[in-house]
Design a binder for this molecule. Structure first.
Ligand SMILES: NC(=O)c1ccc[n+]([C@@H]2O[C@H](COP(=O)([O-])OP(=O)(O)OC[C@H]3O[C@@H](n4cnc5c(N)ncnc54)[C@H](OP(=O)(O)O)[C@@H]3O)[C@@H](O)[C@H]2O)c1
Length: 387
């Protein structure tokens, strides 16, 4: 366990949180020379382990400073981090070396000065801001408070860690009016049939899209999946026309099956979470009257039938769509609490931070079928099990 010494300095004195200090500092005086320090200055001493991902993927575990939360951030002691495909893709595409973990769950360690609603010791999960310091492949991580959610007492950190990034991606793709399909949301559900294709529905983004669309009363849901279909079958409402289309037959069969599931209704919207090869073309073949496909990856050429496509980006919840993000993560917290939002099935990749590389190699190899790889940080070599 690494000690965190938390203190702040005023013009008169040096004050500290004695429950965290390793020695008595009560007689220390603040030198006149640092009278420009303010009460809000908080400095965390100590180092932690974190995993740095580079192209390959290659991962090294290093010692780093424990990050200090900014005014609107939550510092968590990470119990479990979950791996996402972007964690190996971004280093490969950009040549950068960073702690790429964005999904995680654990205990709140400290909160920034503007943060309400979270306090030390709370169990939470959140979406770390991609590319910034304090990723979840570390003993401590930073979440923006507006993308942090409380974990229900009956839910494990493993389960909770599967939610933030991909549920957020699904929400942006479906509901955002700027950067998404702008479909009716759970706050203002659909009142008439509105067919929606979710391509890759057994994947993490896809499975959350199924659940969020259902909450928004969007039906029929036409869910394209393969071996992982069994993990979403129970989420469908067959009485409203929801169905599964198996992508493993042929491209033509997929388009035909989508068309058949429409029962004459026009298909105007689709979320393509795979967005690779023929996936969007398969959807567009069933969009006989135009339509729009939101893709998780860039377009790969024009689509038939005048179908429009755009690439969504979940990172908007960190930037121009923070209010939308706040509403959605509050909704996710409620959904987990009330049971209408399920976490994804997970597989623990043993070895904590030392196994981030294995998790990412397996993700890159396409081995993850309807499963989220998660890492327990306390299994990392060099920790004593209390981090
Ligand atoms: N733009 C953004 O902001 C953003 C955000 C998050 C993710 N993404 C991207 O979105 C993609 C999906 O992410 P994810 O986390 O959902 O991935 P994931 O959970 O790892 O996806 C795995 C699933 O993909 C399914 N799959 C593979 N090939 C398929 C195909 N041809 N047709 C239908 N399903 C297929 C598999 O289904 P079966 O097991 O049933 O075969 C598997 O369950 C990734 O490329 C990721 O990088 C983008």
């Amino acid at each position: 366990m690494y000690l965190i010494l938390q203190y702040y300095v005023t013009p008169q004195s040096l004050q500290y949180d004695s429950t965290w200090a390793d020695k008595d500092l009560s007689n220390m005086q603040c030198p006149e020379s640092i009278s420009l320090c303010y009460r809000s200055t908080r400095i965390y001493f100590g180092t932690m382990l974190e995993a740095i991902v580079s192209a390959g993927p290659k991962v090294k575990v290093i010692h780093s400073e424990i990050p200090t939360p900014g005014p609107d951030q939550v510092l968590i002691r990470v119990a479990v981090a979950a791996a996402n495909p972007k964690d190996w893709k971004v280093p490969e595409w950009t040549g950068t070396e960073k702690n790429q973990g964005d999904d995680g769950a654990g205990f709140v360690e400290a909160v920034g000065t503007n943060v309400a609603g979270f306090k030390k010791g709370d169990r939470c999960a959140g979406f770390h801001e991609t590319g910034s310091a304090g990723g979840t492949y570390g003993e401590y991580a930073l979440f923006p408070a507006h993308l942090t959610l409380h974990v229900p007492s009956n839910m494990s950190f493993e389960e909770a860690s599967t939610v933030p990034v991909t549920a957020g991606t699904a929400a942006v793709g479906l509901f955002a009016t700027d950067g998404g399909l702008g479909l009716p949301s759970p706050a203002s559900p659909a009142s008439e049939p509105m067919p929606l294709v979710i391509y890759g529905a057994s994947g993490s983004v896809g499975a959350f899209a199924v659940q969020l669309a259902k909450k928004a009363n969007i039906h029929p849901l036409i869910c394209v999946a393969g071996a992982g279909a069994k993990t979403i079958e129970h989420l469908l409402d067959h009485s409203k026309g929801d169905t599964i289309v198996d992508y493993r037959k042929s491209d033509k069969a997929v388009t035909q099956a989508i068309s058949a599931a429409l029962s004459g209704e026009p298909l105007k919207h689709a979320l393509d979470t795979i967005a690779h090869g023929s996936t969007s073309t398969n959807i567009a073949g069933a969009m006989t009257d135009g339509g729009t496909i939101a893709r998780t990856l860039p377009g790969e050429g024009e689509l038939p039938n005048g179908v429009e496509q755009f690439q969504l980006s979940v990172s908007v919840v960190h930037t121009q769509q923070q209010d939308f993000g706040r509403d959605m993560y509050e909704l996710f917290g409620q959904g987990l609490e009330h049971g209408w939002l399920e976490p994804r099935p997970f597989e623990i990749v043993r070895g904590g931070l030392n196994s981030v590389e294995k998790a990412l190699i397996d993700l890159k190899a396409g081995k993850a079928s309807a499963v989220k790889y998660v890492l327990r940080i306390d299994e990392t070599d060099g920790l004593d099990g209390t981090a």
